[in-house]
Design a protein around this ligand. Structure first.
Ligand code: GLN
Length: 455
């Protein structure tokens, strides 16, 4: 059942939010072996469900919503799937959480992710690794893996809130066969989101169908004084798609993936050209990883065994205390990113790496701008592969992990909205198709998605 239909039934009294919530929580526990949830916020969920039954007014009245573990909920453990933040209970709600609760949503818990968002497969978590809903020997994709996996498996109306820095909404959607919207940078307030990379992070919904995405994005978007990068503009009203550009360089993938993407694109019945975007496809990946790691390394400085999460008795000089606790609680990927990120912004290397990456980012944005003068939307596969097996991922080097983001880093670097939809299956595993639009053109993406969805 779609969220819109479910909310209507809550409003008419045909369904009870408390009953649904109890059933969803039972289901989460039953699916425990998939490792989708880090925390179930059971008492909060029941309290919100009771409230929704008594006064079913909001646009999301009684709707179960899960949150990626990098979004703060007052009094609910929030860890970004990291050891260092174990035990951290925020004293406030993220703006997104406030908005959801104000519209009657039932917050059911926190979903598993790559630690701090660092990864594409959700194997870099300090919790148990989530498993693909369609084949438990395969990954969910990341970093919002728990969100996409649970969305695919749940039998109940549900929307997950994910977050993308370089593709973390689109990638797991593609691997799990669900749909996700990464909105324009700044459309959704980041207040209360634990930052990975501030200039790149975007919060967005993941669902089984496009209408649910639309409904929830409409609730969580909007200017917020608490986030200085929050936009003061609304979505463009024009939703007409007359011409699409298919990105030539992204077709160099497994022919089966390419065929499914082309077949889905043809279903739109909309004219398209094959366009070459050399700067975006060649340089986004290196620019993205330099900028993302530079920002991440500064954001991680605050985790020092004081204030947040893990703490020990301070019986050493501060520097040693900080080093010890960070050495103990940061996993390999976090350490890698701190070292690389710090290196690229150090005096002497800044010009060669960080500043150069920023210049490339501008060129990427300009190439998109030029292309959107001619095309309403761009399209590509979401991921170059289907969800790999754990045994395959274990053989990959860090650089191979980073290369997996080849399709998704471009739109994320530019901050343009993109939607991933299911294009069909290959080897029984889902394949994603990704449409990208110019700034604030989410309505065009919803429009194309509504016409295409069949899952
Ligand atoms: N895979 C990318 C990274 O590791 C993107 C992750 C994300 O969007 N949070 O940086």
């Amino acid at each position: 059942m779609k969220a819109v239909e479910y909310v209507e039934k809550i409003k008419s009294g045909e369904l009870s939010a408390v009953e649904t919530t109890k059933a969803v929580i039972k289901e989460i526990k039953k699916l425990n072996d998939y490792n989708y949830f880090n925390t179930i916020s059971e008492s909060l969920a029941l309290e919100l469900a009771e409230r929704a039954d008594k006064n079913p007014k909001g646009r999301l009245a009684g709707l179960p919503v899960s949150l990626k573990d990098d979004l703060c909920i007052k009094g609910v453990e929030t860890t970004c799937s990291s050891n260092i933040l174990k035990g951290y209970k925020p004293t406030f709600n993220a703006s997104v959480v406030e908005k959801l609760i104000n519209e009657g949503a039932v917050i059911i818990g926190k979903t598993n992710q790559d630690t701090f968002g660092f990864g594409s497969f959700n194997v870099n978590t300090d919790y148990k690794i989530p498993k693909n809903p369609l084949d438990t020997t395969r990954v969910t994709g990341g970093s919002s893996g728990g969100a996409a996996g649970f969305t695919a498996l749940t039998k109940f109306p549900h929307v997950a809130i994910g977050e993308s820095t370089g593709g973390s909404i689109a990638a797991p959607c593609s691997f799990c066969g669900v749909t996700g919207m990464t909105p324009t940078y700044g459309l959704v307030s980041r207040y209360g989101l634990i930052d990975y990379a501030n200039s790149l992070d975007k919060i967005g919904p993941i669902a089984k169908n496009v209408e649910d995405l639309e409904l929830v994005l409409d609730v969580i978007k909007g200017n917020d004084k608490k986030d200085s990068t929050s936009l003061n503009e609304d979505l463009k009203n024009d939703n007409k798609v007359k011409k699409i550009g298919l990105i030539k360089e992204t077709l160099n993938v497994d022919p089966k993936i390419k065929d499914l993407v082309l077949k889905k694109l043809n279903e739109t019945g909309i004219k398209y050209d094959i366009v070459s975007l050399p700067t975006i496809t060649k340089s986004s990946l290196s620019s993205y990883y330099i900028i993302a790691m530079a920002e991440a390394s500064t954001n991680l400085a605050k985790y020092c065994g004081m204030r947040y999460g893990q703490e020990e008795k301070v019986n050493l000089p501060f520097n040693e205390y900080f080093s010890n606790i960070r050495t103990k609680n940061f996993n390999k990927e976090i350490k890698r990113r701190i070292i690389l990120g710090t290196f690229t912004r150090m005096a002497g290397y800044r010009d060669a790496f960080y500043l150069k990456a920023m210049k490339v980012r501008t060129l990427v944005i300009e190439e998109y701008k030029k292309t959107f003068k001619k095309y309403d939307l761009l399209v590509s596969p979401t991921m170059p592969i289907i969800a790999p097996k754990f045994s395959e991922v274990n053989k990959l080097k860090p650089k191979d992990h980073y290369m997996m983001d080849i399709m998704t880093v471009g739109p994320n670097l530019a901050g343009i909205p993109h939607i991933s939809l299911n294009a069909g299956t290959y080897n029984k595993m889902p394949v994603g198709i990704m449409f990208m639009g110019d700034y604030l053109n989410e309505k065009k993406l919803f429009n194309i998605g509504n016409g295409l969805q069949d899952n």
